[in-house]
Design a protein around this ligand. Structure first.
Ligand code: PGA
Length: 255
């Protein structure tokens, strides 16, 4: 039985003060957060403040990116050691905005995945097809390539611990979510690829989220799919109320 996991990706939103007030407004529902793992990924500038505010609530903290070196002359970058130092458990890697707006390729993402594990951070590895790729019928091929490229030479026990987020690019921030049955089909295929590459046990253990216009109204349907273990939430994670409703919906949907 895989534990559901809901992660908030705040992207480039919220000042320190806004991050703190979100954390105060989020109900201290520790029994819910024991059943559904909850991760908040604020911008780097608010990580420490939000982390302090969330202490004792049973909610985990994540970074939105890292640079694959411990330290050094990399102006403007943030290292895995720095994220670990602030108490992060997770780090989002390979998000489509970084792949498409900033040109990140699988090889570079693979270096980041390795750097994350080296500092005990669990990657939330994002992948997904563009609308054009989908229309060409290339969804599964694109996702397999991204998965294999980003996870090259990663050990089975590490794959079992991490999280994959299947996020069709056309569904991110558009209000148009994938049909749950379509997301389920792609995610089931990803699970098969993982089973083939790292073994059945790993394929059965790894948690795979859906992401792209997830809201309180649609989370239950995604969570009722056998292979979908949670969601990576952008827009609807910015308000404590809607995010809390998504976490509650995730519990109900997975029951
Ligand atoms: P969205 O973003 O929920 O606003 O579509 C999801 C994501 O980018 O992770």
């Amino acid at each position: 039985m895989r534990k559901p996991i809901i992660a908030a990706n705040w992207k480039m939103n919220k000042t320190v003060q806004e991050g703190k007030s979100f954390s105060t407004l989020l109900p201290a529902d520790t029994s819910l957060y024991q059943e559904v793992e909850v991760v908040i990924c604020p911008p780097f500038t608010a990580l420490q403040a939000v982390g302090e505010e969330l202490k004792g609530k049973g909610i985990k903290l994540g970074g939105q990116n890292l640079y694959p070196m411990e330290k050094g002359a990399f102006t403007g970058e943030v290292s895995p050691l720095m994220l670990q130092d602030l108490g992060c458990t997770y780090v989002i890697l390979g998000h489509s905005e970084r792949r498409h707006l900033l040109g990140e390729k699988d090889e570079f993402i693979n270096q980041k995945v390795k750097a994350a594990f080296a500092f005990d951070l669990l990657p939330i590895l994002c992948l997904g097809e563009t609308l054009e790729q989908r229309q060409k019928g290339a969804t599964e091929e694109v996702c397999h390539q991204q998965l294999q490229g980003s996870l090259k030479d990663i050990e089975a026990q590490d794959v079992a611990q991490m999280v994959i987020a299947y996020e069709p690019v056309w569904a991110i921030g558009t209000g148009v979510h994938a049909r749950p049955a379509d997301a389920e089909k792609t995610i089931a295929c990803l699970r098969q690829v993982i089973s083939k590459e790292w073994g059945e046990e790993i394929g059965a253990a790894v948690r795979i989220q859906y992401g792209g216009s997830v809201k309180p109204e649609n989370i239950r349907e995604f969570m009722s799919c056998a292979n979908i273990d949670g969601a990576l939430v952008g827009g609807a994670s910015l308000k404590a109320d809607s995010f809390y409703q998504i976490v509650r919906g995730a519990r109900e949907g997975s029951e």
